[in-house]
Design a protein around this ligand. Structure first.
Ligand code: SF4
Length: 62
């Protein structure tokens, strides 16, 4: 897939860690939030996953 095609598809995607922001492909190797290595690490670390869930809940309520 050409880089421009990736950017067009990702342009619609939201950051897995900051859903109020568009995915900016800020992590090397990421083609979007689904294969973002940092998002993967956060999702697979129980403490970080809980912190992210609490942060997202707080944003929804705030
Ligand atoms: S690459 Fe990962 S951390 Fe960076 S904006 Fe996209 S989802 Fe978020």
């Amino acid at each position: 897939m050409a880089a421009q095609e990736v950017l067009l598809q990702v342009g619609e995607a939201r950051c897995a860690l900051r859903p109020d922001e568009a995915c900016q492909l800020c992590q090397p190797g990421a083609t979007g939030p689904d294969d973002c290595p940092v998002a993967w690490l956060v999702r697979h670390d129980p403490e970080l996953a809980q912190e992210l869930a609490e942060e997202l809940r707080a944003r929804q309520c705030g």
